[in-house]
Design a protein around this ligand. Structure first.
Ligand code: ADP
Length: 498
């Protein structure tokens, strides 16, 4: 719109003062911009294995390289008549070749893109092909420079003097360039589908206006001529910025999808870690018990005076511990498989006594006195007995660990049970151990959180999962004077309420 107004400006052929540094400056900016565009296009070409993008990129390399002889041959820029043995029309021939390269590259791009979409990307490495196309672009730029300088007299004259245009021949050539731009715009418009192509269309519309403007110009250093270069600069910069933004968007999308894939893989590994660590953690205790009982049995049998009765008792305990290991494995499987809970109705008090009995050795080992304050009126619960026993084993062994680290005060473990709100039952496991530091309290139920050298940090997180799957709650609070209390709330069995 702005340029359309400019076209009708009567001032466009008004001669302004000659700024010799103008062309080298504009050419330097465009040189950098076009090389950036070419690099981004080559990068996309190698990612997508696209010949079309490689040809487009080469178009930009060709036109960028021609900017060097353009600035060098431009009259007044570095020498009054230009360098490289330039004739009066050398720089404008180079300029026209640069401008012709864009529509040709875009037409080839559209044609090759059609071919690209029908052929599968082959195993061919993109790097040699890119080097090849850069080489071809450089060779063509060199040939064009030689033609415009040494072969100057073979070409029609664009300029009569350095400032005065040979309007007739310039118009003819500009008309050809304009026609090429129209063809390129039409071809791209019919097939455009990507963000890059939309921005190419925007740049093409800028170049079309540029062409129209050139047709109305009569010489260099006029208002219209300066506007022409600024318009060219803006079209190139717009295309460059759009390409940078598009490449960043592509890389950001790639980074996001890679991060999502990594997260998914980590989550999978984490759950595998959790399963293996849970098996090691939960199976470790009954397995150690089984080994201890078997060794005790062996001792009774191999003693000087073997005690058959005691050996049988120990071996029976070994079998019990073995069976418990089996049950634990089954319950871990059930827990991770997220299947239905194998619920039975049972008394929590009985389960507490039974669990305390088989932790007898550990309690005695750490010289812990056990105090059971169990409400005999406690209603039964409907739950997976093996899983709730795992919870109790964890809570008791954590308390024993904590008591084992305590010096100078009685090591007491107290377990209380009581009905709660008429709907639930509450079990409290209190110890007089080292207690939980205030800053650690919110984290103790997190998976893999441990303060122990050989801990896995899985016990409490598994306990909470089990309890919550039963519709209950598990939380911790500081003990009355020392230590910690763990509260286990489970819904009472509905069957028992009737
Ligand atoms: P682990 O026993 O392998 O460390 P847990 O999940 O069972 O894993 O326990 C996590 C952490 O909670 C323990 O490392 C410990 O710091 C703390 N904790 C658990 N129970 C007690 C307790 N009775 N007294 C003090 N700290 C406890």
């Amino acid at each position: 719109m702005f340029m359309a107004v400019l076209l009708t400006l009567p001032m466009r052929n008004v001669r302004l003062s000659q700024v010799d540094a103008f062309i080298p400056m504009v050419d330097a900016i465009m040189f950098v911009g076009e090389l950036i565009v070419a690099t981004l296009l080559y990068a996309q070409a190698s990612v997508f294995r696209s010949r079309a993008l490689a040809v487009l990129a080469s178009g930009f390399v060709f036109s960028a390289l021609l900017l060097l002889p353009h600035a060098l041959t431009f009259p007044g820029a570095f020498a009054p008549d230009g360098w490289l043995g330039a004739g009066v029309s050398s720089s404008s021939w180079i300029y026209t070749a640069r401008r012709t390269a864009f529509p040709i590259a875009i037409i080839l791009y559209v044609l090759l893109k059609r071919a690209d979409s029908t052929t599968q990307p082959g195993p061919e490495r993109p790097a040699p092909r890119i080097a090849e196309s850069v080489f071809v672009a450089a060779a063509l730029a060199l040939a064009m420079t030689l033609l415009a300088t040494s072969g100057h007299d073979l070409l029609p004259r664009f300029f009569l003097t350095h400032a005065e245009l040979n309007y007739g021949s310039a118009l003819t050539f500009e008309f050809i360039v304009f026609a090429l731009f129209v063809v390129a715009t039409a071809a791209l418009f019919r097939r455009h589908s990507s963000v890059l192509e939309t921005w190419l269309l925007v740049a093409l519309s800028g170049w079309l206006i540029e062409s129209l403007l050139i047709m109305t110009l009569h010489g260099r250093f006029t208002a219209g001529w300066y506007c022409l270069y600024l318009l060219t600069l803006v079209s190139h910069l717009v295309l460059m910025l759009a390409l940078i933004a598009e490449s960043n968007r592509l890389y950001a999308r790639l980074a996001i999808s890679t991060a999502a894939r990594n997260r998914e893989r980590d989550a999978r590994l984490m759950s595998m870690d959790a399963v293996t660590a849970a098996i090691a953690h939960e199976v470790g205790q009954p397995l150690t018990g089984a080994i201890a009982h078997a060794m005790a049995g062996l001792c009774w049998l191999t003693a000087e005076r073997p005690d058959r009765e005691k050996a049988i008792k120990e071996l029976r305990s070994t079998i019990d511990a073995g069976n418990r290991t089996n049950e634990v494995i089954k319950s871990i499987r059930a827990m991770f498989a997220k299947g239905p809970i194998a619920a039975t109705q049972f008394s929590l008090n009985d389960l507490v006594r039974e669990t305390a009995a088989f932790l007898d050795r550990e309690l005695a080992g750490e010289r812990v006195s056990l105090e059971l304050t169990l409400d005999e009126e406690l209603p039964p619960v409907l739950a997976d007995r093996v899983q709730i026993q795992r919870v109790l084993v964890n809570l008791f062994t954590n308390a024993i660990d904590s008591l084992g680290a305590t010096q100078g005060r009685p090591r007491r473990l107290e377990i209380r049970s009581a009905p709660l709100n008429g709907q639930d039952v509450l079990l409290e496991v209190s110890d007089t151990g080292i207690g939980i530091a205030a800053e650690e309290t919110p984290r103790i139920f997190d998976a893999f959180f441990t303060t122990k050298d050989t801990g896995t940090g899985l016990g409490l997180s598994l306990c909470r999962t089990i309890v919550e799957e039963h519709g209950g709650r598990l939380w911790a609070s500081p003990g009355k004077h020392y230590g910690a209390t763990f509260h286990l709330q489970l819904p009472r069995s509905v069957m028992s309420a009737h």
